[in-house]
Design a protein around this ligand. Structure first.
Ligand code: BES
Ligand code: MN
Ligand code: ZN
Length: 491
């Protein structure tokens, strides 16, 4: 899609479709929609006929609209004017984009922001929401594939030309985030028989090949053994699929700050010997959502080339039962030297992450953020809207929460205090890999905290946000927007 900026009189915009938002009080979005404007006259006539969309997201197409140079006008319901913010704007853009796809227009101009929204936000969130709506995953279908998108050019309207430079930056940024989210969604949507640890590794290698500043380093099982990664190796023990530790190193500012992103890459989580129940087990192909998010963020980094160093570390493996699999009660030695009693082989994410976190120390990172579809308990506490954020650093937590709000990819902070940590007590090893069921997300956070002493570290549990279930099943691309925002803020 080619995005562009338009300003000036709306009646004179020559386009396949002018997209206008309508609030439930009858007023509309856009600068020149007041009394006497061509758009307003049209809306009045439609209202008289009782044809206007009322509810947020509803749309109406008007062909050959009177007084407009546009070939069509698309009216999008936007709900209440006083509640119209970035979130509602993104929803309106999404509904409009889906409708445009059906219409088959080849170009369109969006007049969906209110005069109060700045040029940067209109452009950036407009691009992200449109790309989100255009996303399809049908590379593995041979029938009923989505038709090619006829829409080629999408304009974002500005009230005046002054905001042009800002809007251009917004488009560039929005496109990078959308590309990163698209990468994350595709990797997570791919099934486990395609998206194996080796596939993720070769994908990362290709990504690094596109940027002079990015390098990929892939570590195999022989080297993992040498490094003493007993926790990671215990998870991959039951599968025939070889594990990989993927490292992507981006150097945007030699001598500057380094942020490490660590992503859980369990390409399929059967639970291992502590086998999961059958319902919904297919969704455990999404258990590399953290890895997908981290690799997606690196794709955005490769495109934006920010002045900061970022290293992505992705432990990737499968969690399967077999005669070689790890048993409940087995005790393993992690790379840090600490011993772990594995009481439940389904708590595998923390086992691969702890060794990856220890490995990450060699890059002397100023900040470490791990991202993981770590616990069902996080989904129970926060549902599907907020990612769970755990950190002992108020400063880092504050920055990540702020990035989530700015990027419309919110997180909510959960506690990790000593009381929860005590639940990990083991009679036979330094500690166990699980504690009580209650507060499971926080206990998992405490487990990881035991491997991040002295680091400025935060943990994002994206079990509820990385994918949607039900009829709309599929990866969301979260938390790519949050991560990219955080990196740009830090640069
Ligand atoms: N990948 C799962 C977490 C998960 C479950 C994500 C459901 C999304 C939906 C993780 O490896 C897991 O199995 N966690 C266990 C931990 C428990 C055994 C302490 C869980 O949450 O049940
Ligand atoms: Mn599991
Ligand atoms: Zn898992």
């Amino acid at each position: 899609m080619q995005y562009f900026i338009r300003s000036g009189a709306t009646a004179r915009i020559r386009t396949g479709c002018l997209v206008v938002g309508l609030f439930d009080d009858g007023s509309s979005t856009g600068p020149e929609s007041g009394p006497g404007s061509a758009v307003d006259d049209l809306l009045k006539a439609l209202r008289r006929a009782g044809d206007l969309p009322r509810k947020a997201g509803e749309t109406l197409v008007v062909s050959a609209p009177d007084g407009l140079a546009a070939r069509r006008m698309l009216v999008v319901g936007c709900g209440k004017r006083d509640r119209y913010c970035i979130k509602q704007y993104r929803r309106a853009v999404g509904s409009a984009a889906r409708q445009l796809q059906r219409l088959g227009a080849s170009d369109a101009v969006f007049l969906l922001a209110t005069p109060g929204m700045d040029a940067y936000g209109r452009a950036r969130h407009g691009v992200e929401a449109a790309e989100d709506a255009f996303y399809r995953f049908d590379e593995l279908k041979t029938e009923n594939k989505a038709k090619d998108l006829k829409l080629k050019k999408l304009g974002i309207h500005l009230d005046d030309a002054k905001g042009r430079a800002q809007a251009a930056r917004g488009i560039e940024y929005g496109e990078a985030v959308a590309e990163g989210s698209g990468v994350a969604r595709r990797l997570a949507n791919l099934p486990a028989n395609r998206c194996t640890p080796s596939y993720l590794a070769s994908f990362a290698r290709k990504l690094a090949g596109k940027s002079r500043r990015m390098k990929a380093d892939i570590i195999g099982e022989t080297q993992m053994k040498k490094l003493g990664m007993g926790a990671l190796l215990s998870v991959t023990a039951g599968t025939d699929e070889p594990a990989r530790l993927i490292v992507l190193n981006y150097r945007g500012k030699p001598g500057g700050k380094t942020v490490a992103l660590v992503g859980k890459g369990v390409t399929f989580d059967s639970g291992g010997v502590s086998l999961k129940p059958p319902p919904g087990m297919d969704e455990m192909k999404f258990d590399m959502g953290g890895a997908a998010g981290v690799i997606g963020a690196m794709a955005a980094v490769a495109r934006l080339q920010p002045a900061i160093n970022v290293v992505a570390v992705v432990p990737a493996c499968e969690n399967m039962p077999s005669g070689k699999a790890t048993r409940p009660g087995d005790i393993v030695k992690s790379m840090s030297g600490k011993t772990i009693e594995i009481l439940n082989t389904d708590a595998e994410g923390r086992l691969i992450l702890c060794d990856a976190l220890t490995y990450t120390r060699r890059f002397r990172p100023d900040v470490v953020i791990d991202v993981a579809t770590l616990t069902g308990a996080c989904v129970i506490s926060l549902g599907h809207h907020m990612s769970g954020l755990m950190s002992k650093s108020d400063e880092l937590a504050g920055k990540l929460l702020g990035a989530g709000i700015a990027a419309e990819d919110p997180a909510w902070r959960l506690p990790i205090t000593e009381e929860y940590d005590q639940s990990l007590k083991s009679n036979f090893a330094d500690f166990a890999n699980v504690g009580s069921r209650e507060g499971g997300a926080l206990i998992a956070g405490c487990f990881l905290a035991r491997f991040t002493e002295g680091l400025e570290w935060a943990h994002l549990d994206v079990a509820g946000t990385a994918w949607r279930t039900g009829s709309d099943k599929g990866a969301t691309g979260r938390p790519v927007p949050l991560l990219v925002q955080f990196l740009l803020d830090a640069a």
